[in-house]
Design a protein around this ligand. Structure first.
Ligand code: SF4
Ligand code: SF4
Length: 165
């Protein structure tokens, strides 16, 4: 996962989406968002915590169902978010500055990628639905179908490629 914010609380939305500017994501440039508005763009899908394979020649990115060792496959959240980089030093911190460089490997449903590409958020996004569970109910998260990376050697990741993320 590539956001920064409060420590996740099991069984609840870790992101406080109350009191934000009305439909700010449709009218305020990303670089002008407050920190809370930026955090609230994350839909909690967990897809960016899946390990990916990138073709060195074409740059094409393929997602696998093999998840980062710190991803909780049910909550779709990082189990050690505040100190995650002690365990996963290459975990990317997503900011308005880093987004243009990494957007190509984010899932196509990711709110940060969608807005970077000038697209609209989906109706199941918690900011629109008002419910952090809709991303899971619509089958848009990784809940229940990942395998931890310590169970799958890297040379076998190719056998776990998933489409349409
Ligand atoms: S350390 Fe792993 S699980 Fe945690 S945010 Fe980074 S990629 Fe996701
Ligand atoms: S893919 Fe995007 S929306 Fe989904 S958890 Fe990662 S940063 Fe959040």
């Amino acid at each position: 996962m590539t956001r920064s914010g409060p420590e996740p609380r099991p069984g609840s939305d870790p992101i406080n989406r109350e009191g934000l500017r009305d439909r700010y994501w449709e009218r305020v440039p990303l670089r002008n968002l407050t920190a809370r508005e930026w955090e609230a763009l994350c839909d909690g899908c967990g897809k960016c915590c899946l390990n990916k394979l990138e073709d060195a020649d074409t740059g094409e990115v393929a997602f696998t169902r093999v998840a980062c060792r710190l991803l909780d496959g049910e909550s779709c959240r990082c189990a050690q978010y505040p100190i995650r980089r002690q365990f996963v030093p290459d975990c990317v911190v997503l900011t308005p500055s880093t987004l243009p460089k990494v957007a190509y490997w984010l899932p196509t449903t990711c709110a940060y990628r969608l807005l970077h590409e000038g697209k609209r958020l989906y109706d199941w996004h918690p900011l629109i639905s008002g419910d952090s569970e809709t991303v899971h109910a619509e089958g848009q998260s990784v809940r229940g179908w990942t395998v931890p990376e310590f169970e799958v050697p890297e040379e076998e990741w190719e056998d776990h490629i998933v489409e349409d993320l």
